[in-house]
Ligand binder design. Structure first.
Ligand SMILES: C[S@@+](CC[C@H](N)C(=O)[O-])C[C@H]1O[C@@H](n2cnc3c(N)ncnc32)[C@H](O)[C@@H]1O
Length: 242
C-alpha cells in the first residue's frame, strides 16, 4: 500500500492544482469558505492550517490579515503555496500535521484542517490525538475547524467510480474500495503524451470517519460544536474552545 506522502509525491502532487480546478478557482472557493466561517480573527491573529496543500485557505486567511502557519507533508504543494503566496505572512512547514504544536510561536486564534485532510490520518487514535492537541493549543474562544468527506455509508457498484476532472489532455477518475474502517482510494490518471495516452494508477487509504464520532470526541475535549455543510458537500465541524 502506498503511503499518503508517497501518493502525493508521486501521483497527486504534480496534478493537484489542475485537479482542484486551477489555482484561481480554488483560491476563490477557499476565500468563500473562510468568509463563511466568520472566524474571530484580530489583526495579525495566528492561524494554523493543517494539511494546507497549495494554500486554498492559507492564502485567503493571510489576505485577511492573519499570520498563517501552513503545515503539509507534500514539499511540492508547499512550493506551489510559496509561489502563490508571494509576500503574504505565511510560514510553510514541511512536517506531519500531528506535530503542529512544535511549530507554534504565538497562541493560535484558529486551527483549520480542511478539504478532507483529517481522513488521511492513519487511524481513529491519530484523530483523537489531533483533537486533544487542538484543545490544548487553543485559548478560550479559539476555533478548530475540520472539513471532511463522510465515507461511513459505502457507495456500491458503479457509484464507486467517480469522475474527478477531465480536459483534452488528462482524465482523472477515482475508484473507491471499502474496508470496515477505511476506504482505499484508487486514483486513475490518463494523460496524453507525444507517444499517445498513458495510464498511471496509485492508491492510498482514507479513514471512514463518522461525523458523530468526531463530534463526540470534540465535545469530550471541551469544544462546543456546530455542524455545517462545507465546500463540495463536505461535513464541516466548527468547534469552539470554551
Ligand atoms: C485533500 S488535500 C487538502 C488540501 C487543503 N487543505 C485544501 O483544502 O485544499 C490533503 C492535504 O493534506 C496533506 N496531508 C495528508 N496527510 C498529512 C499529514 N499527516 N501531515 C501533513 N499533511 C498531510 C496532503 O499532502 C495534502 O496536501
Amino acid at each position: 500500500m502506498t503511503t499518503v506522502a508517497e501518493h502525493y509525491a508521486n501521483h497527486l502532487g504534480p496534478i493537484y492544482v489542475w485537479m482542484a480546478g486551477g489555482a484561481e478557482a480554488a483560491l476563490q472557493a477557499g476565500a468563500a469558505e473562510v468568509d463563511a466561517l466568520n472566524l474571530p480573527l484580530a489583526h495579525h491573529a495566528a492561524v494554523l492550517d493543517l494539511g494546507a496543500g497549495f494554500g486554498a485557505h492559507s492564502i485567503p486567511l493571510a489576505r485577511r490579515g492573519a499570520r498563517v502557519t501552513a503545515i503539509d507533508t507534500s514539499a511540492e504543494l508547499l512550493g506551489t503555496l510559496a509561489q502563490l503566496a508571494g509576500n503574504l505572512p505565511i510560514q510553510a512547514v514541511n512536517d506531519d500535521l500531528l506535530a503542529f504544536q512544535s511549530h507554534i510561536t504565538q497562541a493560535p486564534s484558529a486551527i483549520l484542517c480542511m478539504g478532507d485532510t483529517v481522513t488521511h490520518l492513519p487511524d481513529l487514535g491519530a484523530v483523537e490525538s489531533l483533537v486533544e492537541s487542538a484543545a490544548a493549543a487553543l485559548p478560550p474562544g479559539g476555533v478548530f475547524v475540520v472539513s471532511f468527506r463522510d465515507y461511513s455509508v459505502p457507495l456500491v457498484g458503479d457509484e464507486r467510480f467517480i469522475p474527478v476532472r477531465s480536459d483534452d489532455a488528462r482524465i482523472l477518475t477515482c475508484f473507491l474500495e471499502y474496508e470496515p474502517e477505511a476506504v482505499v482510494v484508487h486514483d486513475i490518471l490518463h494523460q496524453l503524451t507525444p507517444q499517445g495516452w498513458q495510464t498511471r494508477v496509485s492508491h492510498y487509504r482514507k479513514l471512514r470517519l463518522p461525523p458523530e464520532h468526531l463530534i463526540a470526541s470534540l465535545q469530550s475535549s471541551g469544544f462546543k460544536v456546530r455542524r455545517e455543510v462545507g465546500t463540495r458537500g463536505m461535513v464541516r465541524l466548527v468547534a469552539q474552545s470554551v
